[in-house]
Design a protein around this ligand. Sequence first.
Ligand code: FAD
Length: 419
Amino acid sequence: MQMKRRTFLAATAATLSAPMVRAAGHGKPRVIVVGGGAGGATAARYIAKDSKGEVDVTLIEPSRQYYTCFFSNLYIGGFREMDSLGHGYAGLATNHGVNVLHDWAVGVDRGAKTVTTAGGHTLPYDKLILSPGIDFVDGAVEGWSVADQDVMPHAYKGGTQAELLKAQIMAMPEGGTFAMVAPPNPYRCPPGPYERISMVAHLLKNTNPTAKIIVADPKGKFSKQGLFEEGWNKHYAGMIDWIGSDFGGDNVSVDPAAMTVTIDGEVTKVDAANVIPAMKAGRIAELAGVTDGNWAPVNAADMSTKADPDVYVLGDASQQGDMPKSGFSANSQAKVCANAVRGALTGSRVFPAKFANTCWSLIDAKDGVKVGATYEATEEKIAKVDGFISATGETPDVREATYVESLGWYDGITADMFS
Ligand code: FAD
């Protein structure tokens, strides 16, 4: 009798620790990750690394080199080289056994649980993680479409757009005008447009000090506004004209052929223009049928979508609650998701979801500021627990220390994504 009972216990233990998902005819559970950016690269790396070969992880990403949007403003300001922002995928493949497929995902069949690619692959999954970043809302800025991005760049996806924008700023005539059309909420990197204005001002102060900067903003206020305005007055007095919604900044059209920007009926001829339209989830999330038309609503505990428990959305494309759309947020969400997905597939321990974010911004050389918070998962959303923000009037030493901290963060997060 005793033997029988022991056998039963052993069998129960084996069942409990056995993988909960085994695809028919396939030895290992399969995870497909679409998008090799802050969310996707981190998720692929953590699932592969921590499952030690128990889970088959495929990352689909068209680019061989990922250029971070984070610190691309510092490239515009002359504080970083573009090469220093590029990261490859060899570490994920070599160190952790991630199958990296350089291709576009073009369809998701949630019934058959497959992803199809532009290169003609149909790949089965047990769990699908989408982290495709953002796309722009068609017609969001009157007169501008993606076809105009070479004339009036958005520079809001990594790489060549930032190079183009910088080249156009450098080519401005003496005393010329640079205009930015800022995006409405919610959008990728809330302080990003204003850090960019700071970096454009820094560049122009050195190369074209009589140039002017106009910002048309559909919002009435913006992230770290007090800190940016203090910095702009201190470093770039008289250079920057921010026009918020109270002054017609929400009534804008552009004419890329004529190089004009019209704000509340007033037409201005500009020499360089940066149009950052309203955003929505990257298109593959829409094609997968997991968005509400703009963003993908997710469950805070594991980043699974409200539409499908086997499809997860990370980073900018998700609608999760209180976290800003940032690389730090995407990386933090990816680790929570990776832990939950690995647990669901292998029976490994799943820890309660905890999230963190900090957004650093550079206003001028060594003048860094930050805002950040910690978060927890509630039934309803990712909810803010507590936060912090740099103060106005801080000493140069504090601001320099904040900038140095941001350099350490950049090295840390990119290693956490790609090494
Ligand atoms: P991404 O990192 O954009 O990755 C998406 C990836 O998906 C891309 O590589 C893309 O090629 C791929 N992809 C898209 N569609 C498909 C498809 N169909 N098939 C296959 N692959 C696909 N964040 C910070 O934390 N700190 C900062 O200081 C900061 N500064 C910023 C400054 C600027 C100017 C900008 C624009 C952004 C900044 N951000 C910053 C925000 C940060 O870049 C994003 O929030 C972050 O990259 C989001 O990660 P993600 O994984 O959602 O998307």
